[in-house]
Write a protein that binds this ligand. Sequence first.
Ligand SMILES: [Zn+2]
Length: 452
Amino acid sequence: MFRTFLAIWIGRLVSFLSRWLKRGGTSLPGYIALKIDPNLMKHLTSNYKKVIIVTGTNGKTTTANLLANILKASGLKVIHNTEGANMPAGVTTTLLESPGEVAVLEVDEGTLIHVTKQVKADMVVITNLLRDQLDRYHELEQLVQVINRSLSFIPEATLVLNADDSLVTSLGLNKNNVKYFGLARNELSQEKTTEVLEGHICPICHKPLEFNFYHYSHLGNYFCPSCSYSRPKADYEVNEVKLSFQQVCFNLNYPEGEIYLKTQMPGVYNIYNVLAASSTALQLNVKPVTIMKVVDKFLPGQGRAETFHLQNKKITLMLVKNPTGLSIGLKTIITNSKEAVYLFAINDLAADGRDVSWLWDADITLLVDAPYNLIICSGLRAGDMAIRLKYEGIKMDSVVVVPEQEASVNRLLSESVSEAVIFCTYTNLALYRRILRKRGAESEVAYMSSLS
Ligand SMILES: [Zn+2]
C-alpha cells in the first residue's frame, strides 16, 4: 500500500512540475509512477463506476473524444486521455490527474494487454483493425491473437465491435457479452473495391471471404462460401446516409428505436467513429437527445488535420500513417480540390514505423487524373514516395523531390496556387506545424479529421 501511495504522490508531483515547466502533453508522470508501483492502474481505477476502453487501428482518438463528450454532457464526471497518450504510461498519467466516475481510455491496440491485466474494464470498443506500422504489429492475424489474449483478462466486459470488419468480429466469437455496430447498404456502398484488402479470410475455416458490398478497405458485408460464417447482425446500424463535404446525416437504428444524427465531420470513416461512440453511449443508457446534440456540435481536436492560412494559400496538414489513411485522405481532398500543390512528407523514424512498404498498399490512383500544379516529396523517405508515384503512372515532370522540410515549404510557397495539402507521417506533423507557424501561418479549427 505504501508503494501505491508513494507512486501516486511522486506521479502527481512530476505532473505538477512538468505543467509548471510548461512541458505539457508528456507521459513522464505515468512512466515514473508505474516504475514505483507496476499495479498502479488497478488501484487508480478501482473506484470508478465504469471504465470504457476504446481501441483499434483507426478512429480511436475521434471515437474516444466524442464518447467522452457525450458522457460529460449526460452529467457524468469523465476522465479521459485527450492527447492521444494511449500507451500505459499515458493512461496512467491521465488517471493520476484527478478521480472521476467514468473513465474513457483510448488504448493502443498493441499494448492493450498491459492495461487489461490491471484495469477491470466494463466495456471495450474496437473500431477496426487495418494494417498499421508493419514492423510493430507484423501481421494482422497476430494482432488479433494479441487482442484476444488481452480480452481474456476481462471476461465480464461488454465488447462493442464493428460488425463490418471480419477481423474485429472474430474477436466476438465464443464471448458472452457482445454488441455489434455497422453500416447497412447505402449510396456509398461499392460492389467492388480498388483499395487494399486486409483481413478477408474467414476466421473459422480460413478460406477467403466473399463480399456483397464494401464500405472502405475490407469493411463491408461479407460471408464465407465454405462455412456458415457471415457478418453478424448489427445491434446498432446506420442507414440512409447523406454525405456532403461539410456534413454527413444518417439514421442510427437500435433495438429500442432510431435516432437521426448529423455530424460536421465528413468521410465514411467518420460515420464509423460517430456510430461507435453513439452505440456505446446508447448501450450505457444515455438519452438519444444528448447524443444528437453533442454529435451535431463535435469537431475533432486539432493536430490530426489542421488548416493554415499563409501567403494567400490555404494549407491543410493531414496525418497519414497507413495505406487506408492515405487512400481515404486523398479521396477526401482530391474530390473537393481544384488546382493545388500536394506535399508528401514521409519519414521512417520509430514513431512513424520503420517500414514504409505500406506506401505501395495505398490507393493513389486518384492522383493520376487529378488537377494539380506540383507534387513535392519530402522527408527521410522522399525518394521512396517519388518512386511510388512514378509506378502509379504520375507524370514525373510535375514531381519534385525536396527531402529537407524547410526547403520543401519554400518550394510549396513559390507555386501560385490557392490550395496546398501536406500529407505527413507522425514525426513530420509537429515539424511542419512548427515551420508554418514560424512563418506566420494562422490556423483555423479543422473540420476534417484524419483517420486516427
Ligand atoms: Zn468459413
